[in-house]
Write a protein that binds this ligand. Structure first.
Ligand SMILES: [Zn+2]
Length: 799
């Protein structure tokens, strides 16, 4: 896909954020729909280009017509008016960074109105076949975007329409053979495991064209004669279970080097492979090797004491007692196992379980045998010995091992019979599917096998489409990802600092947030309907802090791309995790964070990116990041933290950003009286850079004693006023009496305001928070200093 097309997509995502407020697309942003239609249409146009029916320019026309097919919505008027040439010109100019020739705009204005149902049939009679084909493509793409799941078995109306449009295209272009729309669907979602399964299934569909990837499956275009669901299903169950197993299964977990023994998973390998694997694990010590092999024989057959198997173990001992080299021993052992293959235990392997899983969950379009009713055997449901303690499904269970479990989940069962945090045996029973799912997740973060503390700082971002991702979009992303990977080949360290300048989507996604110590891992990115990546927040002091940063970044991504985002630290997901309505879901979201205003968070986080370290104090090892502290405190404390710990250290650098920060923290609210007093103090001190904080805040501190001592009903306010005045008079000379009284009055009003009109309450509050108000005062002094500087600069400019 051309770079310029990618740019338009990003533009359309950014510009058309408004959500449909009614109809079948309710809740989905306009931009998402436009891009979906544009890219579906683009893919079909490419097919026609391959057949030499379209040329390059036609493909562009179709792409643009798809992107801007809803000219009525874009211009907010009728389709007839919206799609007039002048309007199209405006919209193209706003969203494209290349010129479109007038001729093309004319074509667009002809074909865009054709896609709407209300268009009178007559007008299409005068249009060339090519334009009719273009209009049919847009109709097809627009209709396809109505589907909410890859399984369209129950969307007969939509599907018959889609098939109708495809046949219409073929009527006009006889060489066009892709007239069938088909799908695969899996009735279960389990994070990475499901993504891997989808990927493998798509390979089996290589005869067709994947056109839209949903969370639960994929929709393809196929040639009628190519699609044979029965045959496909048979092959698929066999091949996919095999491939998924090979991709996920981790041999590390089948051998415990520490205990010199194997775990049950080893039986998923052929015995030849298993022997080789074990041999490699113990290259030096023959005794250790022997012990491990012996435990493997136990898994294969049974106990050595049994009469039936004794000859095998005797032979095993003989092989190891001989004076032969290790390679010969290995071959003899393999032969021994081969000769006794009939005695092997019958075990259900992961592959078998995966087969069963697929048989129960996979649905193919028009598959007759697939219509067999899917009733799960629930006989075992609820019994601990036979039910998976994670998913409760019907698959075979076995004891869980620590090595298979996600971090934070204990292999032991929790039971009501003991105190809450007691870990009691027996161990959890979990099914093979859950085990594979966990192993898949563990494997995916192998780059950063750090200590556990670090892992809690990892945040996974799941970027979930509103309804689906068109194949072209994902392919473009995939290509950029490959580019990045190529550049950093074999160099894990470099992969941490990526040059994102050349890549359109990734730059938009992650470009600005690429910061020191915040590491992105693209490795765990997955291309099937959901994009997963994880980021490590090495500087975070707590999980909540990582969550807050991830939260901020998600908001920034959503500013550019209207996707739903899920943030979690455990990506072993299930169906209910990803089917949420809100735009943003954060697992483990603490109540502390729920009070944060999103707009404020976004603005301050952006500032944090623009001026790295703006919320940090100290240097080197003493460096402390106060962003989290500031975001989670009440406004008064937050601003005080900023002023006293951050601002004072680097006033020069932060300068005018202080104004923005104060405004964001207090939400624009201005304490007029305090501001008046600050202006007064600023005037007295002139150049703030040359005086200490103490010299400035004395104008505030001097008022504390009188306030403390004042014990007044309202009639005694005059007394306080005079008291304040006398203090001020000692502090400043050559100042008019009235001015000092006004200063005192402002202070009294300020105290009253803090108490919501009640002076006594205000007094208590102000005294209690004296230091914090003093910091706000100090901040105001700086503000008025910067404002005055601005004014002077402005005047100088004029002169
Ligand atoms: Zn399970």
């Amino acid at each position: 896909m051309e770079e310029k097309y990618k740019k338009v997509i990003v533009n359309v995502f950014k510009r058309f954020r408004k959500k449909h407020d009614s109809g079948p697309k309710k809740g989905i942003p306009f931009g998402v729909h436009f891009v979906n239609v544009g890219l579906i249409a683009f893919q079909i146009a490419l097919l026609l280009e391959k057949m030499n029916y379209f040329n390059k320019s036609d493909v562009e026309t179709v792409f643009l017509a798809g992107l801007f097919h809803d000219m009525n919505k874009i211009m907010d008027r009728s389709m007839r008016k919206g799609a007039m040439k002048d309007n199209i010109k405006i919209v193209l100019k706003e969203n494209l960074d290349w010129e479109v020739v007038d001729e093309k705009i004319t074509i667009l204005s002809e074909i865009i109105p054709l896609h709407s149902i209300n268009n009178p049939l007559g007008s299409s009679l005068y249009i060339s076949n090519k334009k009719k084909v273009m209009a049919k493509i847009i109709q097809f793409a627009d209709t396809l975007d109505l589907l909410k799941s890859a399984n369209f078995e129950y969307e007969k109306k939509i599907v018959s329409k889609l098939e109708f449009y495809l046949k219409e295209i073929r009527r006009l272009v006889p060489d066009f053979k892709y007239t069938e729309i088909i799908y695969h669907y899996i009735s279960d979602f389990r994070g990475l495991l499901t993504n891997i399964i989808h990927e493998k299934i798509m390979h089996e569909f290589s005869f067709s064209i994947p056109i839209a990837r949903f969370v639960d499956g994929v929709i393809y275009l196929s040639r009628e004669k190519d699609y044979n669901p029965e045959l496909l299903y048979e092959n698929m169950i066999k091949n996919v279970s095999e491939q998924v197993f090979n991709e996920i299964f981790d041999i590390d977990y089948t051998i415990s080097v520490k205990n010199k023994s194997v775990r049950e998973g080893i039986l998923n390998y052929t015995s030849d492979d298993a022997v080789d694997i074990i041999w490699q694990k113990f290259p030096e010590n023959i005794e250790e090797l022997k012990n491990c092999l012996k435990s493997y024989l136990k898994e294969l057959y049974g106990d050595s004491k049994s009469k039936k198997y004794k000859p095998i173990y005797d032979e095993f001992e003989r092989i190891f007692s001989q004076n032969k080299n290790v390679e010969e021993k290995k071959e003899e052992l393999k032969i021994l196992i081969e000769n006794n293959k009939d005695l092997k235990k019958k075990v259900k392997t992961y592959k078998d379980e995966l087969k069963k899983y697929l048989e129960n969950r996979l649905v193919l379009y028009k598959l007759n045998s697939g219509n067999k009713r899917k009733i799960f055997n629930m006989d075992n449901y609820g019994k601990y010995k036979t039910t998976c303690s994670i998913c409760g499904s019907e698959f075979d269970v076995s004891e869980s091992m620590k090595s298979e479990m996600p971090d934070g989940l204990k292999p032991q069962l929790f039971t009501n019979n003991y105190i809450a945090n007691k870990l009691a045996d027996p161990k959890r029973q979990i099914c093979s599917i859950c085990k594979l799912q966990f192993i898949a997740n563990k494997k995916n973060r192998y780059i950063y096998k750090n200590d556990k503390k670090k892992i809690t700082r990892n945040m996974y971002f799941l970027i979930i489409p509103y309804n689906f991702y068109p194949d072209e979009l994902l392919e473009a992303l995939e290509k950029e990802l490959d580019q990045i990977k190529d550049k950093n080949k074999g160099n894990v360290k470099n992969a941490r600092k990526l040059d994102l300048e050349e890549v359109e989507f990734f730059k938009e996604f992650f470009g600005n947030s690429q910061k020191e110590n915040e590491i992105l891992n693209f490795k765990s990115m997955n291309m099937n309907s959901i994009i997963i990546y994880f980021k490590e927040y090495t500087n975070s002091k707590s999980e909540n802090e990582s969550i807050l940063k991830a939260y901020s970044e998600a908001l920034l991504i959503q500013e550019k791309f209207p996707f739903k985002i899920l943030i979690t630290n455990y990506p072993q997901l299930f169906d209910e995790d990803i089917r949420f309505i809100d735009d943003l879901k954060i697992q483990n979201f603490s109540s502390k964070l729920s009070y944060i205003n999103e707009e404020k968070l976004k603005k301050l986080y952006k500032l944090n990116l623009e001026i790295p370290g703006i919320f940090c104090s100290g240097k080197g090892k003493m460096k402390k990041d106060h962003f989290y502290e500031i975001m989670t405190q009440d406004s008064l404390t937050a601003f005080s933290v900023f002023i006293s710990r951050v601002f004072e250290e680097k006033m020069l650098r932060i300068g005018k950003n202080l104004l923005i920060i104060r405004k964001e923290i207090f939400g624009g609210e201005v304490m007029d009286e305090l501001k008046y007093m600050a202006e007064f103090a600023q005037e007295k001190t002139k150049n703030l850079y040359k005086v200490s904080k103490h010299q400035v805040v004395k104008y505030f501190d001097i008022l504390k004693e009188p306030l403390k001592k004042s014990d007044l009903k309202l009639e005694n306010i005059e007394f306080l006023r005079n008291y304040l005045f006398s203090k001020l008079e000692n502090l400043v000379s050559f100042t008019k009496k009235e001015e000092l009284f006004e200063y005192a009055d402002n202070f009294i009003k300020f105290v009253e305001k803090i108490g919501n009109g009640n002076f006594e309450i205000g007094k208590r509050k102000v005294l209690y928070n004296w230091k914090k108000y003093r910091d706000v005062f100090y901040g105001y002094v700086w503000e008025s200093y910067f404002e005055n500087q601005d004014k002077e600069d402005g005047n100088n400019g004029k002169n």
